[in-house]
Design a protein around this ligand. Structure first.
Ligand code: ADP
Ligand code: ZN
Length: 627
């Protein structure tokens, strides 16, 4: 196919199948590379539109495109979504029965299948690819490609074998996709997969529609409940670290009248499936879960993601928060943290590295170093008072550019002015640091806090610390405040926590400078301005892809009406509501109020098949609402 014809076909398929008018910039380049048979690595954030980069070329060129995916739930979701669009897609995996597999092979023989989703282990079964080649195999996509790198955060041994793919089948063009990759992981993916002269595309990592907040944890249930109350009727995920926390938090929220379900790996598989289905089908709003919940949850209208405690790195944090607002509408991410989270992770990481090393893992200590570094970055992110968007973007190796007219990102607690800096930061920091020194750099944060606040307890008397010159220097501050400032000083690298059994504080080089007032320091009072953020974001606070969208006025009542209608329709069709139409498309219906099939078809997100299947129903519903 010559270039201009291919381009015309791309535009035609984009419009008729997917209902989109324009490709996003990186998609355009990725699709060209794919059609030219060139290897590529495409790094786009969650919600960036990676799927289209392999789905669209698969429909433009003849034959079959292979998609390697790590999770069966993810495959099922994509295959169901493609069926809704009228695209021939199938899968081969261990969850299917023999008849299901036979059906997939039959559809391949008949040439009906254009996309085949498989798990990595399947791919390397002897002769499998050669057989696919007979059915016109014409390209392959590797989804979640960071799973191949053990420098990454989600290494999967079965992905390692994909390294053989290119060796055994040099004729096959490979396109790798991932949402989270630091520059070193990126390079590792290219190396491990053996990509040949790949086009490397790295999209913009910022998610402007997400508002980030990071707050010290006080009463977690109260704090989480406050977030939920800001989003009545909206979907949200509350992540907890431990199963027990999931159960406790879910029970406490339920007792306060929140419609929520727990989800963790300790539940039976039928309980988990039910929780997941209830969430996907909008029967519950809130899922309280461990990280076991999420991969494969493509519900695009998740309006908030709360972390009850610190995840183990920025990769995880960004992946988990990335599940909010995939439809581009305004959504909120709130991270609650405490010093205990940091130390808990650290101990766990050290313990498992020691065990791995004892078990003969040669790279265990090197991996530990990387893991601790990732944890430290997230800790700095949480405790530092710098723009959250900026920190995330820079972590992923990108420059942060602010619009010339903007004072801040406008979408994080720091830039929104919800975090007040402490006016006498320097003095308070000096008091804390010198107290650490006076105590002989042999105590942890709890004891140092007690000394600073002038507490009278057994330990203080035992060590004679009531006589220190720093005793009671911060007696007018609360324990929580002093602890928070110590955490901040650790986060900024001025205080360090000794390795070993007890988390003992000592000063770093920069800490000594701060103590001597030779280096400036900023501490902050992290209080959320509840009233300011209590405002519910409007539906059409869309990360508008063009100016006309930004100016739209969404009829909120019609939107809710259409949402209810969508839920009924989805139940009848046996698919999750978002596969009918996503929220963004619904918002466009509620703004533009199409009255004719032509107007309906012209709305972004409406392809030929859905216009035919669903157009009349939606048009009638919209007309009835108006009448
Ligand atoms: P990712 O896999 O990168 O997380 P998805 O492929 O799920 O992202 O896409 C995210 C959302 O963006 C989906 O709702 C999808 O329909 C939408 N989308 C993708 N490409 C376009 C486009 N060119 N125009 C409009 N919407 C798009
Ligand atoms: Zn900001």
């Amino acid at each position: 196919m010559d270039a201009s014809r291919a381009e015309a076909r791309v535009a035609e398929v984009l419009r008729s199948v997917f209902g989109f008018e324009h490709l996003r910039p990186m998609q355009d380049e990725a699709i060209r590379a794919s059609l030219a048979g060139r290897d590529a690595l495409v790094v786009l954030p969650t919600g960036g539109g990676k799927s289209l980069c392999y789905q669209l070329p698969a429909l433009v060129r003849p034959g079959l495109t292979l998609v390697v995916s790590p999770l069966i739930a993810l495959m099922q979701d994509q295959v169901a979504g493609l069926a809704e669009l009228g695209v021939g897609a199938g899968m081969l995996n261990s969850a299917q029965d023999a008849e299901g597999k036979r059906a997939t092979w039959r559809r391949m023989e008949s040439g009906e299948l254009r996309l085949l989703y498989v798990s990595p282990e399947r791919l390397l079964v002897e002769g499998f690819l050669d057989e696919l080649r007979r059915y016109g195999l014409n390209g392959a996509a590797i989804d979640e490609a960071h799973c191949i790198s053990h420098w990454g955060h989600d290494f999967r041994p079965e992905y390692r074998q994909l390294g053989e793919l290119k060796e055994r089948h040099p004729w096959l063009a490979l396109q790798a996709f991932t949402a989270t990759a630091t520059p070193s992981v990126r390079a590792d993916i290219v190396r491990q997969l053996g990509l040949v002269d790949p086009l490397v595309l790295v999209g913009n990592f910022d998610r402007p529609n997400l508002t980030y907040r990071a707050l010290p944890r006080r009463d977690a249930v109260d704090q989480i409940h406050a977030v939920i109350r800001r989003h009545p009727g909206d979907a949200g995920i509350v992540y907890c670290l431990r199963r027990a926390d999931v159960d406790d938090t879910a029970a406490a929220l339920k007792a306060r009248g929140v419609k929520c379900v727990p989800y963790h790996a300790g539940m039976s598989s039928s309980e988990r499936t039910r929780a997941q289905d209830d969430f996907l089908n909008e029967r519950v709003d809130v899922v309280v879960a461990t990280v076991a919940f999420g991969m494969g949850i493509d519900r695009p209208d998740v309006r908030f993601v709360v972390h009850q405690s610190l995840p183990k790195g920025i990769e995880q944090y960004s992946q988990e928060t990335g599940r909010a607002g995939r439809d581009g509408l305004a959504s909120e991410c709130v991270l609650f943290f405490g010093g205990a989270d940091f130390h808990g992770w650290k101990q766990l990481m050290e313990k498992s590295a020691r065990e791995a090393e004892a078990g003969g893992a040669a790279t265990a200590m090197e991996e530990l170093e990387h893991a601790l570094e990732r944890l430290g970055h997230l800790w700095n992110f949480a405790t530092g008072a710098a723009c959250r968007h900026k920190q995330l973007v820079e972590y992923f190796g990108q420059a942060w550019e602010l619009r010339a007219d903007a004072a801040g990102c406008g979408a994080c607690d720091v830039c929104l002015g919800e975090i007040a800096t402490l006016p006498d930061s320097q003095v308070v920091a000096q008091k804390i640091l010198s107290c650490v020194v006076r105590c002989g750099q042999r105590f942890g944060a709890t004891h140092v806090t007690d000394v600073l606040r002038g507490a009278q307890n057994q330990r203080i008397l035992q060590y004679g610390h009531q006589d220190l010159s720093t005793y009671g220097l911060l007696k007018d501050k609360s324990t929580k405040e002093v602890r928070a400032w110590i955490d901040q000083l650790v986060g900024q690298g001025h205080l360090r926590v000794a390795d070993g059994e007890y988390p003992i504080l000592f000063l770093s080089k920069s800490g000594i400078e701060v103590m001597k007032a030779a280096r400036p320091v900023t501490l902050y009072v992290p209080v959320i301005a509840e009233k300011k953020s209590a405002k519910r974001p409007t539906r059409h606070a869309i990360a508008a892809e063009d100016a006309s969208e930004a100016a739209l006025d969404v009829d909120e009542r019609l939107f809710e009406h259409l949402r209810a209608f969508r839920r009924e329709l989805a139940a009848e069709r046996g698919v999750p509501p978002y596969l009918v139409f996503n929220d963004k498309t619904l918002a466009l219906f509620a703004a533009k109020k199409p009255a004719t099939p032509e107007e309906f078809r012209a709305i972004k997100g409406v392809g030929d098949k859905k216009a035919a299947d669903l157009g009349p129903l939606f048009l009638r519903t919209i007309a009835e609402f108006a009448g």
